[in-house]
Design a protein around this ligand. Sequence first.
Ligand code: ADP
Ligand code: MG
Length: 303
Amino acid sequence: MSIVVEQVSKLYGEQKALDQVNFTVSSGEVIGFLGPNGAGKSTMMKIISGFIPPNEGKVMVCGHDVVEDTMEVKKKVGYLPEHNPLYLDMYVKEYLKFVGSIYKIPNLKHRVDEMIELVGLGLEQHKQIGALSKGYRQRVGIAQAMIHDPEVLILDEPTSGLDPNQLVEIRKLITTIGKEKTVMLSTHIMQEVEAICNRVLIINRGKVVADKPVTEIRGALSSKGYALKVEFSASVSANDLKKIEGVVGAKQENGNNWILEIATDEDVRQLVFNFAVENQNSVLTMQRIEKSMEDVFKELTAS
Ligand code: ADP
Ligand code: MG
C-alpha cells in the first residue's frame, strides 16, 4: 500500500479542516482528489507529504509514518504544492540542480537533463523561470517534484490556471507519469478526474463523501443536462412549460421567475422564446446554470 490514511483530523484553531478521514491508495494507482474550495484537499496533501502533522490519526507512506519518519517520507514523495511556488529569478536548469542538490542526487547533471526531457522543457531549459508561461512553470514544478525519483507523486491542483492547450499537455504528461508512479492529484474539475484517474476520492467539508472507481461515477460526472433560469413578463404554468421539448421540470422561484430543468445538452432557448410568443408572453431574461459540484455530490452520495 502506498498511502494509508487512518482517522485523520486536522484543526486550524477552532476550524476542523479534516474530520476523521480514512482511505488507502495502492501502489500504481492514479487517484483524483476532488472537492470544492475549502474542502480540505491541500491540507490532506500537505500531511501526506510530511509538511504538516495531523492533530489526530495516522498516515503511512510506503510504510513510513509521516510524523515519526518524516525524512524517509520526503524521499518517497514528490510534492507539487498548490500555486507552485518557484524562484522566478532562477534559470530552469539552475533551479532543478538546486532542488536535486538538496536530495544529494548522484550524477545530478544527467538527472536534470533526464527531467527536462521527460517534462518537455527542452526548448525552455536555458530560460529564467520568470520568463516562462504558466504551463511551462507547471512542468518545472513537476520536474522538481520528480527529480529524486519518488514512488508517490502528490500534485495539488496541477492544472489550475492553465489555458486549454496547456491543460491538455499537462494532463498528457500526468497520464504518462501515472504509468510508472502512484499519483494523487487534486482538482475541482470533474472532467479532469475522468480523463486522468482510475479512482476518485471526493471530499467535502473535511469528510470523505465518496471513494469509487472512475468507471462507477462516469454517469454522474458527465450526465447530461443543465438548468435555465427564465423570467417571463406574464404568468405561465409548470404544466405548459413542461410541454417545451427538452424541459423535464419547471420550478417557480417567485412571480414569473422559473427554473427549468433541461434533460439534454441542446440549447433550448429558442424553443423557450417560441413558447412565450405562442402564449402571448415574452421572455425578459434567460440564464443557463451549469450543474454544480454540489449537485454531483448529491447524485454520488445518494444511496
Ligand atoms: P482545499 O485545498 O480543498 O481548498 P484547504 O485544505 O486549503 O482546502 O482548506 C481547508 C479549510 O481549512 C478551509 O476552510 C481553509 O480556510 C482552512 N485553512 C487552510 N489552511 C489554513 C491555515 N493555514 N490556517 C487556517 N485555516 C486554514
Ligand atoms: Mg487547495
